[in-house]
Design a protein around this ligand. Sequence first.
Ligand SMILES: [Zn+2]
Length: 459
Amino acid sequence: MPSTLASHVEENRQRTLEELKAFLRIPSISAQPEHDADVREAAEWLRSALERAGLEKARLIEGEGHPLVAAEWLRAPGKPTVLFYGHYDVQPPDPLDEWLSAPFEPELRGENLYARGAADDKGPTFLWVKAIEALMATTGELPVNVRVLCEGEEETNGAHIGNWLEKHAAEIPSDAIVVCDTEMFARDWPSITVGLRGIVYVEIEVRGARNDLHSGQYGGVAPNAVMAAAEIVTALKDRDGRIRVNHFFDDVEAPSEEELAQWAALPFNETEYLENEVGSIALTGEPGYSVLERVWARPTLEVHGIRGGYVGEGSKTVIPAKATVKLSCRLVPGQIAGDIVRRLEEALKLATPAGVVTSLTVLGSAPASLVDPSHPYLQLALQTMSGHFPNPASFIRCGGAIPIVGKFQSALRAPCILFGFGLPDDNLHAPNEKFYMPNFWRGIHVIADYLRRLADRPS
Ligand SMILES: [Zn+2]
């Protein structure tokens, strides 16, 4: 038995890498039914990896959709219980011809391991499995109690894990949930995500005349549904980027001064961001807020598409009778989806011009989630991560949603700790997805170290 965790990890480096590659070779694409057997194979592979790591009761939990993978080790009485989450399914790899190496033939180029799922989320999942394995191998036990609950339909928004949690949360009491499915702010700038925006997605239908009309015969009298749609969307948000929906901001909870100070200290360059990431001639948005505040802590209203009228080749002189607008609002902590829908409906009534009728249909919603950064487990996570990287770790937020975070927090009443080991250029969901392997090896140490430090805290 090697004496230290570091030497154990070092001595098993090659074997660990080969195992990760084997996991990545399984094309567990949850969106495509022809890959159902592969998704199951990945579940089974993960189950046996958990067992090999030394966890007990490693099992698949069947239900509607792809199986959950669970395991536990509960032999540290009086110590906290940490639940690890990850997902073993991946996005489809298309477009295939843009990959420099085959998506399911993992290839190490430089310090990056390229494969579909390398960063999202097999690499980050496997690193905590290896942290558990290294602790078990070097000490014969774990410093805290551990549970595992992984899913195979994260990429398809499957209902299995949420439904299971609703019924069985009481069977898996936990003090903290560790999720490794996010990214660091930048290379060498470790981060823990504590805020995720939610979303309300709606479709607005605008109806004018009974059917499309000739603009020579009826132009000047008939209502134009596309013009009306344009008037409506511009009434909802002005040209300065201010959302004009009554009471829209009433429940917005602002980030703390401390959080804002951390954001201001991040290595963020607005010019580079504009040129390299956005690629437009200027950034837009709400006046008075920094870019990071606008993408992390302010709600949005964006139009995704307007359909209506004639958009084919050449000209057709038509007055459109119908137009459809796809629109969404990103929500921030404090905002409730149902309230925002009602306020949008009222704003739509006010914005609807004469001659047309409008209706609004909700296509989907997810709440925003916030983890309390002052929670001692979060503070400990920040300190632990800081010790393994060149720069201190910071709490950041994410403009998108990770619905499982809210589900875990409300079902288990415990904080979710989102350790980010991915990098912004990992090409998630895109060709040439990769994982920066130095973060894989550091991640093993971060997680092992975190569990050890948690053991010193009462549960
Ligand atoms: Zn993911």
